[in-house]
Ligand binder design. Structure first.
Ligand SMILES: NC(=O)c1ccc[n+]([C@@H]2O[C@H](COP(=O)([O-])OP(=O)(O)OC[C@H]3O[C@@H](n4cnc5c(N)ncnc54)[C@H](OP(=O)(O)O)[C@@H]3O)[C@@H](O)[C@H]2O)c1
Length: 325
């Protein structure tokens, strides 16, 4: 059955991968984020992805989930166009690096406004419509940082813990309407631009600590949650280990987590303090992937190329020494 799927946060990373995955399955799409030009790009990518899937309509609605009334207006546009909403996938989020007391208060507040209150606004709008229609599936992207904590990401961690609590409450409240499902997909590190796009008051650019999975893999988990709704789907090899250490060995976890974040979660590249995309989008930084995973083709080609260059050099040197002799 062709579904009508709303994706908030569709211009980058996991949301963009999810939009492409739903398009490839032949679902109608309503794509939302703040940057209109990137929405147009993603719409074109979806149209290309659906070439095989048949006639699919992709609508784009520039939306800032922190604007009062914007999420309701998005739902109204979707209903006016398609008459129903079957699925709502919410991936919109921003990040900010910095020690809590050094982070500007307005940056912390806007991260929570986007990542937690934006999600609440989506939940309110989507669930009112789903209840009225007697069915629908709402998928949120949480994080392993909704189960454990890490320094220098206070706004994000606060939001993801809050989101997990909210999702659990919604799951309990929706038990009276069996057709309505609320799901949480909780990835570990994912190769998306969110790290470069983050606000930074720490002096070093953030990066995803390994192991790093792909946004496409998280998108597959999102699609699977829609097909077979479940409370929570973790994605990522390190999640269980982190959660175990955080819960069972909290003292040791707290000793290790700071040095680990500084070693594996921050690059060496220095950066001046800036607010990233917390208050406004930067379309130049939006993409499907963030470039954090080694390119396997390049990894194989690089030593071959280096070997060839060495041989060429040896050959040239050999001929030169022969001529000289
Ligand atoms: N990447 C990871 O390692 C990772 C790990 C665990 C969980 N997650 C979660 O996965 C989700 C997607 O993250 P990602 O890594 O794919 O991030 P991303 O590549 O930075 O994409 C974030 C998306 O959110 C949109 N957005 C930001 N602020 C918005 C606002 N106020 N209103 C509407 N849209 C807004 C962005 O578009 P505009 O800027 O154009 O609005 C963009 O489309 C997030 O919930 C994140 O917390 C990511």
């Amino acid at each position: 059955m062709t579904r009508v799927v709303v994706v908030t946060g569709a211009t980058s990373g996991i949301g963009r991968a999810a939009a492409l995955a739903f398009a490839a399955r032949g679902d109608h799409l309503v794509l939302a984020a703040r940057a209109p030009q990137t929405l147009a790009e993603v719409r074109a990518e979806c149209a290309a992805a659906v070439a095989a899937a048949g006639a699919v309509t992709v609508e784009t609605v520039p939306t800032d989930v922190t604007d009062p009334g914007a999420v309701d207006a998005l739902a109204r546009t979707a209903l006016a166009r398609f008459g129903r909403i079957d699925v709502w996938v919410h991936t919109a989020a921003v990040m900010a690096y910095g020690r809590f007391d050094e982070l500007p208060a307005e940056v912390f507040d806007q991260v929570v406004r986007t990542d937690l209150l934006g999600a609440a606004a989506v939940a309110r709008t989507a669930l009112r419509r789903f209840r009225a229609a007697g069915g629908g599936t709402l998928v949120f992207t949480g994080s392993v940082l909704g189960h454990v904590t890490a320094p220098y990401m206070s706004g994000y961690v606060t939001s993801k813990w809050g989101l997990r609590g909210l999702v659990r409450v919604l799951q309990q409240e929706c038990r009276d309407t069996p057709g309505v499902h609320v799901c949480l997909v909780s990835p570990g590190s994912v190769d998306t631009p969110v790290y470069q796009q983050a606000a930074n008051y720490l002096g070093r650019i953030g990066r995803p600590p390994p192991p790093v999975t792909t946004p496409e893999r998280v998108a597959r988990a999102i699609v699977a949650s829609v097909d077979r709704p479940r409370r929570e789907t973790p994605v990522g090899k390190a999640n269980l280990v982190l959660r175990f250490g955080f819960t069972v060995l909290p003292g040791l976890y707290d000793v290790l987590v700071g040095p680990l974040v500084r070693a594996a979660g921050l690059s060496r590249r220095p950066v001046a303090p800036h607010a990233g995309v917390v208050f406004a989008p930067d379309p130049t930084g939006e993409a499907l992937r963030g470039g954090w995973r080694p390119d396997p083709v390049r990894a194989v080609r690089a030593p071959i190329r280096a070997g060839r260059a060495l041989l060429r050099r040896l050959g040239t040197d050999g001929r030169r020494s022969h001529r000289l002799g």
